[in-house]
Ligand binder design. Structure first.
Ligand SMILES: [Zn+2]
Length: 138
């Protein structure tokens, strides 16, 4: 792709927030594109079916791209799917066409866990554990 630059090094590790998380291995500058949220592109109807199944296992894998499409990271996903939700995140998501980019919301230090706000509009069955006392549900 034109204008592509090297992606920062990141790694999947056990997270204090939830299961696996993704951590910076080097300093990441604000607004850097860190990784795209990969996954099978499916329509909303199919996504609703799958989400019900995934939520029963306490996981959120489906990321809404637009009114029509959803990416299911459980199928063909990359490490992007392990980036945890936080209500006070250090990253944000940006949709460009059908690509979901996870970008740095501020300068990130090596060793920090990457998080972004999922902005889910779903079932709200999973309790947010981004910090003690958070009352949000995903
Ligand atoms: Zn929270």
């Amino acid at each position: 792709m034109p204008g592509e630059s090297r992606r920062p090094r990141i790694a999947r590790r056990r997270s204090k927030l939830h299961g696996w998380g993704v951590f910076a291995l080097e300093p990441i500058n604000k607004n850097t594109r860190i990784i795209d949220y990969a996954g099978e592109l499916i329509d909303r109807k199919e996504s609703l079916k799958r989400e019900t199944k995934y939520l029963a296992r306490g996981a959120v894998w489906c990321f809404t791209v637009n009114r029509r499409w959803v990416r299911d990271a459980n199928v063909g996903g990359n490490v992007g799917r392990f980036v945890n939700h936080s209500c006070r995140p250090n990253c944000y998501s940006q949709i460009v066409g059908n690509t979901i980019w996870i970008r740095a919301g501020r300068n990130i230090k090596p060793g920090e866990e990457l998080t972004y706000d999922y902005y889910t509009d779903g079932e709200c069955v999973i309790r947010c554990r981004c910090r003690p006392g958070c009352t949000r549900r995903l």
